[in-house]
Design a protein around this ligand. Structure first.
Ligand code: ADP
Ligand code: MG
Length: 242
């Protein structure tokens, strides 16, 4: 666990009697790009929820930069540098895009230390970074699917994460939009943000990931380099099909 940005240590999660995660262990290094794949219902979102803190674990522990965060609530983990997107984007519908970014910005930086004009400037800078620079005063209701996904990403970036976890941010996007999103994510990674990408689009996983983990029924079925994972017999059998 030493030296890892994130360490998930033998985490299990039950819903009633149903085992959603069974003894899952993984690490993410600082600045790394990790892909997570697996069939629907294999526990991918549950794993993110446990890492982000919106769900508690039933056993095991979660460590960020050597500190045990297992019992910390989600907002405390956000301040320590973990940010995640939700599979279904959750913007504040009555606010502009800039205001949507200002909320997490002010929260994480402890509002008082930041002037209003600084918040606005930083919100605009984040929107520009992900290609929504011209839409700062727009309403989320006016956004296309791809721009809603970008807004979800911008909201996560506003907490200035060291670790960004993406839950199917590319679902429903066209091939061109997937490429655009990949370029944005690779640029963020080059700035030093470690990224965990949960995704069904194998082309995106293959291009993006340095390592890939495949979950099945709440367990890690396979783990390795992208080229290894696509050749893995078990992964082909339960996920990639024929
Ligand atoms: P994935 O993201 O890989 O599709 P999930 O983590 O969403 O899978 O779900 C894993 C399993 O846990 C599924 O069988 C799902 O129905 C179940 N599950 C997820 N969240 C809950 C919950 N809050 N209550 C009960 N069961 C849940
Ligand atoms: Mg999911």
């Amino acid at each position: 666990m030493n030296g890892a940005l994130l360490a998930v240590n033998a985490v299990s999660k039950l819903f009633g009697g149903f085992v959603a995660l069974a003894d899952v262990s993984l690490t993410v290094r600082s600045g790394e790009r990790l892909g997570i794949i697996g069939p629907n219902g294999s526990g991918k979102s549950t794993l993110i929820n446990c890492i982000g803190g919106s769900l508690g674990t039933d056993s095991g522990s979660i460590w960020l930069s050597g500190a045990d965060v297992t019992l910390l609530p989600a907002h405390r983990r956000a301040r320590l540098g973990i940010a995640r997107t939700f599979q279904v984007p959750r913007p504040f519908a009555s606010m502009t895009l800039a205001e949507n970014i200002a909320v997490p910005l002010e929260y994480v930086t402890h509002r008082k230390s930041l002037h209003r004009s600084d918040v606005a400037a930083q919100a605009h800078a984040i929107l520009a970074q992900i290609g929504l620079g011209g839409r700062a005063d727009a309403s989320p209701a006016s956004l296309t699917q791809v721009d809603l996904r970008k807004l979800e990403l911008a909201r996560a970036l506003a907490s200035r994460p060291r670790l960004l976890i993406l839950d199917e941010v590319m679902a429903g996007l066209s091939a061109i939009e997937v490429d655009e999103m990949l370029a944005i994510l690779l640029a963020l990674n080059r700035e030093g943000i470690a990224i965990v990408m949960i995704e069904h689009i194998m082309r995106a996983i293959m291009r993006f990931s340095e390592r890939v983990i495949c979950l099945d029924a709440g367990r890690i079925l396979a783990h390795g380099a992208p080229a290894q994972i696509v050749e893995d017999r078990d992964v082909q059998r339960i996920y990639l099909g024929d």
